[in-house]
Design a protein around this ligand. Sequence first.
Ligand SMILES: [Mg+2]
Length: 479
Amino acid sequence: MNFPSPHARVLPHQIPLGKPPESRGTEEAKQLNCIQGSLLGLAVGDALGASVEFRPHQYLVVHPVKKMQSGGTWGLKAGQWTDDTSMALCLASSLLTMKTFDPYNQMVRYKWWYKHGFLSATGHCFDIGSTTRQSLDLFCHRQKELMKVLSLRNENDVDKLSIIDVKSRQPTFDVNCSKPGKAGNGALMRLAPVPLFYFRNPPLAVEYSGASARVTHGDKKAVDACRYYGALIVAAIRGEPFENLTNKSFYTEHKDWFGSDDLHEEVLRIAAGSYQKNDGYDKGIRGKGYVIDALEAALWAFWKYKGSFKDGVLAAINLGDDTDTTAAIYGQLAGAYYGADNIPADWVDKLYAKELIRDIGSWLHYEGDSFMLENNQPKESSHQQVHSTDKHPNNHNASESMSTVMTSSQFPNSDSHNTTYPTYDPSIQQQAPKQSNTPLNISEHSNDPSLSNPSSTNSQNLHNNPKSNSDQIGKSEWG
Ligand SMILES: [Mg+2]
């Protein structure tokens, strides 16, 4: 299984990824359906929302989205998706190519999307968020410095390195390229491949969910939103029922998945059920670019529209504003919970490059299992909070496969690490707190809508977008 070179300009629907060996057993087939559901859910939500991206709620009250349609800010065809799906597929392609979590390679692939349109639905990067772009620009700068240090003349040569190569030859290289205080939804929108690859080891999945954010979005709120949401996706894949996923005590009941690093208080507020408001928009639920708003909005749609992927994703979109991303975040969890079979077939039929997305799901399932076997990883955690009265639509129970226990001391986190995770440089783990704990106050608050007016800092971030209307302010500010 190979992805094409970014210079080959192969469009996603032209990539012949092929399929891994067939999964055996009912349980495996159910997991695969959930994994494909999460990726398809992300892409379907993205594509549905793209036609009205940046439209306010008031517009969508009058003109609600009900189907896959063309148009919107980017003039896409019905079924084409945006940066959310492109970046998620870049992340998936890194996991599948490197067969491990390699944040350096992830940034290389995001750069390929940014510079060469790698895994874009149009062949071009047309909608990069400002935070992501700033982080990738800094990454490019650091790569150029690295080329000088290593006497490399060709960018392809520096792109081929792994994080282990880089850290062994230049120990001070920092792959986390976010400026302080970056708390947009741009990492949460692309998260799914990490929990889909590592769901068999929940503490590892949660840790890497956070690490996947830090490369571009270093604020603790963005990192912890990904850790919490990654845990929910893991729980959904493992067959936990809806009542568990929306339980206000999910975090405390799964605390052993999170290690010693507590969630940020704003994420804790959401985990404690802040999103459980029947009158969503009227009670302050917003589909905005601030990661706390985005997480709350996606969970509101999941909770409020229990039993229907279709109703939930449309509700997420019809909140307005960052419609595609709210829906893409919703779709990651809802797709994992409901499974690919429960996403409306006519939407999946219209989805651009749906076969590639399905195949990537199959390979994440296959290679994630291989990773656990090859690295002698425990597949289970000590968590035992799965209820036997499983109301999951796929009706499988995570407790069926729990046989070994992983203690928190075995897991590498910001306080400790061990070398049983052979292909991931532990120094990255140690660096991570520096990003989230650096003096954030000034710039973090400048990114916090409760403390400032986000619209005041937008204009400098629009030049890279093909269109430059005021609708793009939301994406520019937070993405
Ligand atoms: Mg988008």
